[in-house]
Design a protein around this ligand. Structure first.
Ligand SMILES: C[S@@+](CC[C@H](N)C(=O)[O-])C[C@H]1O[C@@H](n2cnc3c(N)ncnc32)[C@H](O)[C@@H]1O
Length: 267
């Protein structure tokens, strides 16, 4: 059983101060989450030390809120971002209503996107998720067990059971899209604690999307949709490459979340 946060009240002020001094902008909130998650003072101290050393809060806690779900986040796995909740909304909107959707989440990381899409569809449908990184696959298996999602390991579509080919209604792919030259500009939390292949999208940030687009039409059902997040500046070139792959792309933005999502339908 977890200790209640007021079991170690003396640590509170000190903890907030230590977090603030280390540069944590939301020190009070972080201190509260650390105290709620730690089971005793020794664990709280260890967690605080990792956070102060610059580890992402979600890696220290071992979980993150994403689209209303508490998602397990293991060290070395990409932390799901708030803005990606827009991708989830667009994906749920793109799902067919007349038939139970077959949902595939490529580059799944923790599995947060697939889990949230399935939850938004009231668990109606079948979910397959895949990632090349064994740590991500392990984490996604934990997160998708409740929903009965299948998690596969491998390079993009090569990870998927061949029987899914031509049948996918909703294909989410939050591929890495940071241009290689911009990786040094990322906050140290991402740069130092998230794996490079989870971030690096090649010279223009679109290398992985290009590969996904090349095979997407063969895996989508007629009328099925590929959904992907990009940077604002990448939206136009991304739309062009999706159109060149035989899909019909539309661009949507959520200014509050600073999120850009392309939905590309197979005609
Ligand atoms: C930007 S993260 C997104 C993770 C998750 N979908 C999310 O939104 O939180 C990109 C993910 O793509 C995975 N990845 C990178 N290259 C891949 C490849 N060739 N095949 C499959 N997955 C890949 C990384 O391991 C990482 O988990």
């Amino acid at each position: 059983m977890h200790a209640r946060s007021d079991d170690f009240p003396l640590a509170e002020t000190d903890l907030v101060l230590r977090l603030r001094t280390a540069g944590c902008v939301f020190a009070e909130d972080e201190a509260r989450l650390l105290r709620q998650t730690a089971r005793d003072t020794a664990e709280l101290d260890a967690m605080a030390a990792r956070r102060i050393a610059g580890h992402p809060l979600e890696h220290v806690l071992g979980w993150a809120w994403f689209a209303g779900l508490r998602v397990a986040v293991e060290p070395g796995v990409f932390v799901p971002r708030r803005r990606t909740e827009f991708l989830v909304r667009c994906a749920a909107d793109a799902a067919p209503t007349a038939t139970p959707p077959l949902v595939v989440d490529l580059c799944c990381g923790t599995g947060a996107v697939g889990a949230a899409v399935l939850a938004a569809l009231s668990d109606r449908g079948e979910l397959h998720a895949a990632d090349i990184d064994p740590a991500a696959v392990r984490c996604a298996r934990r997160n998708l067990a409740r929903a009965g999602g299948h998690v596969h390991q491998g390079d993009l579509f090569a990870a998927l059971p061949p029987a899914l080919r031509g049948r996918v209604h909703v294909l989410t792919a939050n591929v890495p899209y940071v241009p290689t030259g911009e990786i040094p500009l990322l906050p140290p939390e991402a740069r130092d604690h998230e794996p490079r292949p989870a971030l690096d999208g090649g010279p223009d940030g679109l290398a992985l999307l290009r590969r996904v687009a090349a095979d997407a039409a063969a895996w989508l059902a007629p009328g099925g949709a590929l959904l992907t997040e990009t940077g604002t500046r990448q939206a136009e070139p991304a739309a062009r490459l999706l159109a060149a792959a035989g899909l019909t792309p539309t661009v949507a933005e959520d200014p509050d979340l600073h999120a850009t999502v392309l939905t590309a339908r197979r005609p």
